[in-house]
Design a protein around this ligand. Structure first.
Ligand code: UDP
Ligand code: MG
Length: 310
């Protein structure tokens, strides 16, 4: 069995050597055949230089250097495209995800699971704000999303070759890998672990990047924000009908009406309500176009029985 490990790095000069050391130690004990693929996501520190050195010292180390900072998810995607392993492991460069957990992942894989994903039981050394936002995010996305994304998982996971091949034919530009991995299905199992503090350096996910990431996660997996227009539209239209009846009753059966007011009031409510409903309808169509545009495969096959191979 051949194992590929993909490690995205963005300005990780302080940790990269230690990470490599720990990873090699762990994987060497699991299999003689492996590759470590470092993807440098446009670092402007010594990271590319260090990667070059690591590569020269050890042929099992590979490095892909991206032309600029494309973001974590794209860096991982590049790694997946070049990984040759039967099983592919994704892990952060900062050792927040302990490499020792890979052993358990490989064991589950050998038991026939296609995906073994890490679930953080505890997050030490992260700010209360980060923990809180992460918690809200995972719950929100599961309320809104069509696929269930396991709570508190990151990208730390092992994937079978088949799963990676499936990800490779999902060409969407807004990539939210952990959601995509849930979407593909196959047999998946959670592996609880404790998330440690960063070995050194600071988080490379700025607040802005985190928000963008959250938006990608929600918008690529859910049409609910778009659909809300139709429900709010129907709701407001219902309310405006009550308002319209009220205005008519005032006008026809009482003497407390102001000239011109009834028509004005009715038109505002009516047009407002109708507009929202149709905005919702347009939303529905836009949603469909959006989904089509992604060109996702319509189904994925886990196994074929009784056919000739290929
Ligand atoms: N990373 C990357 N590109 C980016 C931001 C982050 O490749 O634009 C890498 C980073 O080097 C690390 C991993 O993604 O290996 C996770 O980032 P980080 O540890 O900063 O995020 P956090 O753990 O704070 O969520
Ligand atoms: Mg980290």
């Amino acid at each position: 069995m051949f194992i590929s490990v993909i490690i995205p790095c963005y300005n990780e000069e302080e940790v990269i050597n230690e990470t490599n050391h720990r990873l090699v130690n762990v994987i060497e004990n699991l299999t003689p055949q492996f590759e470590l693929i470092y993807v440098d996501d446009g670092s402007y520190d010594q990271t590319p230089h260090l990667l070059r050195q690591l590569q020269q010292a050890d042929p099992r180390v590979h490095a892909i250097l991206l032309s600029r900072n494309f973001g974590h998810q794209m860096a991982v995607t590049a790694g997946l495209d070049y990984a040759a392993g039967d099983a592919i492991v994704l892990i952060d460069a900062d050792l927040q995800d302990p490499p020792e957990v890979i052993k358990e992942m490989v064991y589950q894989w050998s038991q026939g699971y296609h995906v073994a994903y890490g679930v953080r039981t505890e997050r030490t050394g992260e700010t209360a704000f980060k923990r809180w936002t992460a918690k809200v995010f995972y719950r929100l996305i599961n309320c809104l999303s069509d696929v269930q994304i396991p709570l508190d998982t990151g990208d730390f996971r092992l994937m079978d070759r088949q799963v990676v091949e499936a990800l490779k034919i999902m060409p969407e530009r807004d990539r939210f890998l952990r959601g995509m991995v849930s979407w593909v299905g196959f047999r998946q199992i959670a592996i609880p672990y404790q998330r440690s503090p960063r070995l050194a350096g600071v988080s490379k996910y700025s607040l802005w990047k985190m928000l963008r990431f959250a938006a990608d996660g929600i918008l690529s997996f859910s049409l609910i924000p778009l659909r809300m227009a139709i429900w709010i539209g129907i709701f407001t239209f219902g309310f405006s009908l009550i308002g319209i009846i009220y205005a008519l009753v005032l006008r026809l059966f009482t003497s407390i009406w102001v000239p011109g007011w009834t028509l004005l009031f009715i038109s505002v409510l009516f047009i407002g309500g109708i507009q929202l409903v149709f905005l919702g309808v347009i939303g529905e169509y836009t949603g469909r176009i959006y989904r089509e545009n992604k060109q996702r495969p319509l189904y994925l096959i886990r196994e074929r029985l009784g056919f000739d191979k290929k």
